[in-house]
Design a protein around this ligand. Structure first.
Ligand SMILES: [Zn+2]
Length: 136
């Protein structure tokens, strides 16, 4: 999809086509109220010249960003989602990572001194979780 088309689809409350969602048909009948003229990060109105398509962390559906807001906005969203997920994958105490099979890593928990498994993009909600960016 070219950029002006993406801009229109993401910022003018137009119906979203099945092609547009492609990989994520599950969202077609779901929540589509994210469509707006607002940047997902700063909540200010986006002009077409400043528009960039970003993607949500969990489902990867497209959302509007300002060009200058996209990197920080997506990084912040990733951090927030990873804290909610609270999986070993993003934990400060997860060490000696090695890949077990596609998407799943095994490693050593430096807090409890035991072998643990990490699941990217998965909500494990460990109480002991400390995000790797928050390690003192
Ligand atoms: Zn913005």
């Amino acid at each position: 999809m070219d950029k002006p088309e993406a801009f229109k689809n993401l910022t003018y409350c137009k119906p979203i086509s099945r092609e547009f969602f492609g990989k994520h048909p599950i969202w077609l009948d779901g929540v589509i109220d994210f469509i707006s003229t607002e940047c997902r990060a700063c909540k200010q109105i986006i002009l077409e010249k400043d528009f960039e398509t970003g993607y949500t962390y969990w489902q990867g559906y497209p959302v509007p960003y300002h060009k200058i807001c996209k990197k920080l906005g997506m990084d912040n969203e990733a951090y927030e989602c990873q804290v909610i997920d609270a999986d070993c994958n993003d934990c400060a105490y997860f060490g000696s990572r090695k890949n077990l099979c596609k998407g799943i890593d095994e490693g050593h928990c430096l807090k409890f001194n035991k072998t643990v498994r990490a699941y990217p993009n998965f909500c494990t909600a460990h109480d002991c979780f400390v995000h790797r960016k928050d390690k003192a």
